[in-house]
Design a protein around this ligand. Structure first.
Ligand code: C2E
Ligand code: MG
Ligand code: MG
Length: 562
């Protein structure tokens, strides 16, 4: 409404401006016409009577036909001025109306598209994890009221990775599209099919009254999905595992139902028919997992996690240019739980969002304090691919954005190569949006994710981190050294800053410098340290902090490790 009023206002103002400008031209024409009449009368009087007198002018005006005609000139100009101004104002109005309509249509389309993109998978067009949760939540409300049962099916293509590796990502994409088409064909209208990530799909059946019916549906879908896919380089097949969880038997909220259908899917992998219905024993197999998930939720809420910082140093200037933030969790019973374990757990549930939010806020808080103390360092935060799916991603980054102000590029977001390659097209799109927000992006654990060079060159990243498994042994293992060297060259050819992680010895550090690596990170320089320990390390370390005003004065003389 407000926009329409604004547009109408704009239109009226533009029409006014045009009309008054044309009127001015009309008035100028009028003046010229009057001057012409006066001059012509004077000349005619001079010609006819030989002098310029009032009688002469009157006489000439009475007897000269041309002068009479000239008398019509002001009317013609006035009419012309008025006519053209009206015409142009009308045309301008029509143009503005047309443009406003176009703009309105574009805005509506853009809004629709961005909502669609945030809730749908780009490759297959299916609802994504976010929308699936939402639909499931709504269906649960209705089913609860109507006393109905709902089945959640979790589907995994066990052999998809092999198809991707053997046939290439483009062919892998075709397989995912074909799976989508087959899943759509395999059911009635009472289902929602969603892509949960990589090769995982979920189906929501709202009208299967018994477990047997759902199991039968799953077997039929599995038969369809396991028939060969026709690819350009020959046929390909993948085995399929399907897990089923039921409302209200196995849970009454989306988190629990999806988690349990996934647990059933894992159990289904070992069965000959590839289908399993959730049973409590599945969780009993893994009590640690269930306990950890519950405790992790509490740990986030009660701020019981910690962030440790590991420096990244510039091999040319020997400066600490930034730090990588790594999450730490000390569990009251299990002791230190590795991020590998609890982050994977969180990724399987919706805890990954609050967990990521926690790490971003803590990193922003520490960064702000360092800035106040005169320490200007870059900060790298690890980002799970699951978080990239979050439509509210920009909100998650609001706090570091305000802390960094004019320098958002001081925040690097590390995303692992393998998670990018799970769904490269969608990820590239999201990374582009983050890049537009001016954050630096980095491909983490490079060398473990089977990137295709075609995608690699399209990634809007600034940094490539060579996985530590190649770096750690590059002194002893010639193949690793060759891989590291080739990766450094590849990174440089793509215009990227190359970081080596897992630098454990001085020898490896020297080799990396020799091979032209830009940045190094590893236990040899420093392990990840708690905030205060890191600041203490920085004071004592032979590596110069990039800019550390108050601490610098107190620092002893710096000796280079080279
Ligand atoms: P990453 O991002 O590749 O982090 C580097 C890992 O290598 C860290 O393990 C670090 O402690 C370890 N590391 C560093 N230098 C050396 C070295 O010289 N030798 C060896 N052997 N290891 C070294 P960490 O802290 O256990 O983290 C494991 C992974 O968990 C990280 O790998 C990252 O992918 C993930 N992670 C950690 N914190 C977060 C987080 O806040 N959010 C997300 N999404 N993922 C995180
Ligand atoms: Mg990392
Ligand atoms: Mg890494």
């Amino acid at each position: 409404m407000a926009a329409t009023a604004r547009n109408t206002d704009l239109l009226a103002r533009n029409a006014q401006v045009l009309r008054s400008r044309i009127n001015r031209y009309g008035i100028m024409g009028l003046v010229i016409a009057l001057l012409t009449i006066v001059t012509a009368s004077l000349v005619a009087s001079l010609q006819i009577t030989g002098e310029i007198t009032l009688e002469g002018i009157l006489y000439a005006r009475q007897h000269n036909f041309t002068l009479r005609i000239l008398d019509f000139l002001p009317f013609a100009f006035a009419f012309w001025g008025q006519y053209t101004s009206t015409l142009m104002a009308y045309q301008a109005s029509a143009l503005i109306v047309e443009q406003t309509d176009d703009l309105r249509a574009e805005t509506t389309e853009w809004k629709r598209k961005s909502l669609h993109d945030a809730t749908h998978d780009i490759l297959t067009g299916l609802p994504n994890r976010v929308l699936f949760y939402d639909r499931l939540r709504q269906e649960l409300l209705v089913a609860g009221r109507e006393n109905r049962r709902i089945a959640v099916l979790f589907i995994d293509l066990d052999g998809f990775k092999k198809i991707n590796d053997a046939f290439g990502h483009d062919q892998g994409d075709l397989v995912l599209k074909e799976v989508t088409a087959r899943l759509r064909r395999s059911g009635s209208g009472t289902q929602t099919v969603a892509r949960m990530g990589g090769d995982e799909f979920a189906v929501l059946l709202t009208e299967t009254a018994t477990v047997d019916e759902a199991r039968e549906w799953a077997r039929g879908a599995r038969r369809m999905l396991e028939s060969p896919f026709t690819l350009s380089r020959g046929p390909a097949e993948s085995s399929v595992s399907i897990g089923i969880a039921y409302f209200p038997d196995h849970g009454s909220d989306p988190d629990t139902l999806i988690q349990r259908s996934e647990a059933a899917m894992i159990a289904a992998r070992g069965r000959h028919d590839g289908v399993a219905v959730y049973a409590n024993e599945l969780d009993a197999d893994n009590p640690r997992r269930v306990t950890l998930l519950g405790d992790l939720r509490r740990a986030i809420e009660q701020d019981l996690l910690d962030l440790h910082y590991q420096p990244k140093v510039d091999l040319r200037t020997q400066e600490v240019v930034s730090v990588e933030a790594l999450m730490r969790w000390s569990h009251p019973t299990f002791g230190r739980v590795s991020p590998g374990e609890f982050i994977t757990l969180a990724e399987g549930s919706r805890l990954i969002r609050p967990l990521t939010q926690w790490s971003i806020n803590r990193a922003a808080r520490d960064l702000e304090q360092w800035q106040k103390d005169g320490l200007t360092l870059g900060m790298a935060i690890n980002f799970s691919a699951r978080t990239l799916d979050d439509p509210k991603l920009p909100d998650l980054l609001a706090r570091p954005m305000s802390v960094l102000g004019e320098n958002p590029e001081r925040l690097t977001l590390e995303v692992t190569e393998s998670s990018i390659m799970e769904d490269p097209r969608r990820t590239i799109e999201i990374l582009r949006r983050l890049k537009a927000m001016k954050f630096r992006l980095s491909i983490d654990d490079f060398g473990t994710g089977y990137s295709s060079l075609a995608y690699l060159s399209k990634l809007p990243v600034s940094e490539m981190k060579i996985d530590k498994s190649f770096v750690m042994n590059m002194k002893q293992n010639k193949d690793d050294r060759t891989i590291v060297k080739a990766t450094i060259d590849l990174g440089h050819n793509l215009g990227l800053c190359v970081v080596a992680e897992g630098v454990e010895t001085a020898d490896v550090l020297h080799l990396l410098k020799e091979d032209g690596c830009d940045i190094a990170q590893g236990y040899f320089i420093s392990p990840p340290l708690a905030n205060l320990d890191f600041l203490a390390w920085l004071r004592e370390s032979p590596w110069k902090p990039k800019r550390l005003r108050p601490l610098e004065a107190a620092k002893p003389s710096i000796t280079s490790p080279f």
